[in-house]
Design a protein. Structure first.
Length: 133
C-alpha cells in the first residue's frame, strides 16, 4: 500500500468561527488546536471529544497512493516533491485558512498511518454491526 503525504481535510472550523464566537459542542480532532502551522482558524474554546473520551479521534485526511508494484525510487521522488509542496508557506497558510493542516510524511510513516486508520474504523464497523447494503 504505497502512499504518502496525508493532510487533515477542510473542516467546518472557518464557518463556525465566522459567527464571531465558537458555537460548537466539541471537536473530533485529538486536541483543540487544529493547526500546528500557526496559520488558520482554531477553536480553543471548543473542547475536543478526547477530553471526555480519551483516545477519541475522528479526523478526515487526504493522502496520495500509488498502484502496488510502483518502483520505490518513483515513490520516493513523488513523496519528496509532495512533501516539499506541503511544507511551503503558501500551502500551509491557504489550507490553514480552510481549517486544514498539511501533514507530510515519509512513505513508510504514511503506510503505518493508513493501516492504523483502516484497523480503527474496521473495529468501529464490527462493533456497530454495520452491514453494506
Amino acid at each position: 500500500m504505497p502512499g504518502f503525504a496525508p493532510s487533515q481535510n477542510v473542516s467546518s472550523t472557518p464557518a463556525i468561527a465566522a459567527f464571531g464566537a465558537p458555537c460548537g459542542l466539541a471537536q473530533s480532532r485529538i486536541n483543540r488546536s487544529c493547526t500546528a502551522s500557526g496559520f488558520g482558524v482554531t477553536l480553543p474554546g471548543v473542547p475536543a471529544i478526547a477530553e471526555t473520551l480519551p483516545g477519541y479521534e475522528a479526523s478526515i485526511f487526504n493522502g496520495i497512493v500509488a498502484p502496488a508494484g510502483t518502483p520505490r525510487p518513483v515513490l520516493e521522488k513523488l513523496n519528496a516533491e509532495v512533501n516539499k509542496i506541503l511544507a511551503s508557506p503558501e500551502v500551509r497558510e491557504t489550507w490553514g485558512k480552510q481549517g486544514a493542516q498539511p501533514m507530510g510524511m515519509s512513505i513508510d510513516a504514511f503506510d503505518k498511518f493508513l493501516r492504523a486508520d483502516i484497523a480503527k474504523w474496521a473495529k468501529v464497523v464490527k462493533v456497530a454491526g454495520a452491514k453494506a447494503d
